[in-house]
Design a protein around this ligand. Structure first.
Ligand code: MET
Ligand SMILES: [Zn+2]
Ligand SMILES: [Zn+2]
Length: 414
């Protein structure tokens, strides 16, 4: 239909805005989103908690302002890409003959941000009026930790004054027909482990060189990683239920103008690890392991936390009868002809963790079924039909949430 074409081309327009880290054009994104908001007569304000990093807050006011509101959150930034490895340029939003839209952010998560707006457009066209207020936030910097985005937003007086009970944020794609929903997530912990040791001739065998020290740590971490991976492979649990550890950079060697010096054992070596810890994991045991086994000072080792400091246990959101927003969500998806699978722990990290820490209820949900997970990967794409179907799912959810009249439903009361 004509409508669908216009909907898809608005999505393409958003995907074509270069909001790639580390230099996202946030103003261009906010201008575009604001023009959409204007066409929907939404109230709008742009908040700059940090200069150069605008956060767009929109409101569709409900008829009963005494009821707690709900928030639809999405981040405007996307992760970088290696465009030479893509079949279509990641900022062109090319649609192939199968109807797949190729772009960075097509799954993570410009789709969701636009789907919220399109769902509101459809609801308005149908004459629907919300009882509870609907807020939409388009936030910066999620992909670099959210420190200048949602972390500061939830601490602001403005945020506290919004009286929000429940938040929807991003989820993950599902390879099957049913949608995935997340009620909690793992704690991110980014660690740099450094080794020192005596330098020496490249031909000499001796103990305790920096390289040998670092490799001992790497061997030990890899055994731990394998044990966690085995638990996952054994089945019955999800990706978010075990600890993941990956070495994502290695740095060592003595540089020379022609590369690296080959016959010199370096005095320093370091490795960077991305670690994600499930909410109910004994994190103290892990911290002990770090100090005693992975970075023992006695072996000339030290460690540093890189941006994602370990912050202990994560709060999770209830998915039983104590939380009315859970069954409202489940039923709304059903009414739109979809199905949710058993709620999971999100294996990576999202801004939802800041909302949960601030005492709000939050679900991670991206209505993307029958699609391979290509977040942060080459050739990220989303099928046009999956995108359009997702809008109808949000129509159903927003309708259910915005018409829920009970006074209760905020975390304090549950
Ligand atoms: C740890 S900050 C979050 C960045 C990104 N969403 C990730 O999970 O890697
Ligand atoms: Zn994301
Ligand atoms: Zn991401």
């Amino acid at each position: 239909a004509d409508d669908d074409e216009a909907i898809v081309s608005r999505f393409q327009e958003y995907l074509r805005i270069d909001t790639v880290q580390p230099k996202p054009d946030y103003y261009k994104a906010v201008d575009f989103l604001n023009s959409q908001a204007q066409s929907l007569s939404l109230e709008s304000q742009t908040i700059e908690l940090v200069k150069g990093k605008p956060l767009l807050l929109l409101k569709w006011p409900g008829s009963d302002p005494s009821l707690p509101a709900f928030l639809l959150n999405s981040h405007t930034d996307v992760v970088p890409f290696e465009d030479s490895k893509w079949t279509h340029h990641p900022l062109h939003a090319h649609i192939d003959p199968h109807g797949n839209i190729y772009a960075r952010g097509s799954q993570d998560m410009k789709c969701v941000g636009m789907q919220y707006l399109e769902a509101i457009r459809k609801l308005q066209a149908s004459g629907f009026k919300p009882i509870r207020s609907v807020y939409l936030s388009f936030v910066p910097d999620e992909e670099i930790g959210g420190h200048d985005g949602v972390e500061k937003f939830v601490q602001s007086q403005l945020f506290k004054s919004l009286n929000i009970a429940v938040v929807l944020d991003e989820g993950l794609t599902s390879p099957s027909e049913s949608y995935r929903v997340f009620y909690g997530e793992r704690s991110p912990w980014w660690l740099v482990i450094k080794a020192k040791g005596p330098p020496g001739h490249g031909a000499k065998l001796y103990d305790n060189s920096a390289m040998e020290n670092l490799l001992k740590t790497i061997e030990s971490i890899r055994r731990f990683r394998a044990a966690q991976f085995d638990l996952l492979k054994a089945g019955g649990i999800g990706e978010g239920d075990v600890v993941s550890v990956n070495i994502n950079f290695l740095k060592a060697g003595t540089p020379s103008p022609t590369g690296f010096v080959m016959n010199l054992q370096p005095s320093e070596a370091e490795a960077g690890f991305d670690i994600r810890i499930p909410p109910n994991y004994d994190s103290e045991a892990l911290e002990r392991r770090l100090v005693e086994e992975w970075a023992p000072a006695g072996r000339n080792m030290s460690f540093e936390q890189f941006k994602q400091k370990f912050s202990g246990k994560q709060v999770v959101t209830a998915t039983d009868d104590s939380n009315p927003w859970w069954s409202l969500l489940e039923n709304a998806v059903k009414e739109a002809g979809g199905r949710t699978s058993k709620p999971e722990i999100f294996p990576a990290s999202t801004d939802a963790r800041y909302f949960r820490q601030a005492g709000l209820l939050a679900f991670g949900f991206s209505p993307i079924s029958n699609t391979p997970g290509l977040l942060h990967d080459h050739n990220e794409y989303l099928g046009k039909d999956v995108y359009l179907k997702g809008i109808d799912v949000y129509v159903s959810i927003i309708k259910a949430y915005a018409s829920y009249e009970s006074k209760s439903g905020s975390r304090d009361e549950l």
